[in-house]
Design a protein around this ligand. Structure first.
Ligand code: ZN
Length: 111
């Protein structure tokens, strides 16, 4: 049995509900000598948040890094994930409004 295969579960990140710290399996936890590639489920039961000391039960899965549903990433302003400039954001928001408006007009036209 090979342990080389990457278990998709090991890529799931977990976020501390108390302080917002993200446990990233690909990084592990240097401060508690958790090797990189350690899934959250495989952490010791007495593992605690390295930032605030919250127990594992306070953590919840936020999915693997780079997941399409990047809700949490969108909240991570200034962390380098959100690389859109304000101008690009405005274009996206404005474009979205126009698209919604056109969709509305289209639906109205059908009826
Ligand atoms: Zn914490």
């Amino acid at each position: 049995m090979s342990t080389e295969a990457v278990d998709p579960k090991t890529l799931d990140r977990y976020e501390c509900a108390a302080c917002g710290y993200d446990y990233e399996p690909v990084k592990g936890d240097d401060r508690r000598r958790i090797a990189s590639g350690t899934a959250f489920e495989d952490l010791p039961t007495d593992w605690k948040c390295p930032v605030c000391g919250a127990p594992k039960s306070r953590f919840s899965s936020i999915g693997p890094a780079g997941a399409p549903s990047g809700f949490k990433e969108n909240l991570g302003y200034g962390l380098g994930v959100n690389t859109l400039t304000p101008g690009q954001k405005n274009i996206l928001i404005f474009g979205g409004l126009i698209a919604a408006f056109l969709l509305f007009l289209g639906m109205y036209g059908i009826q």
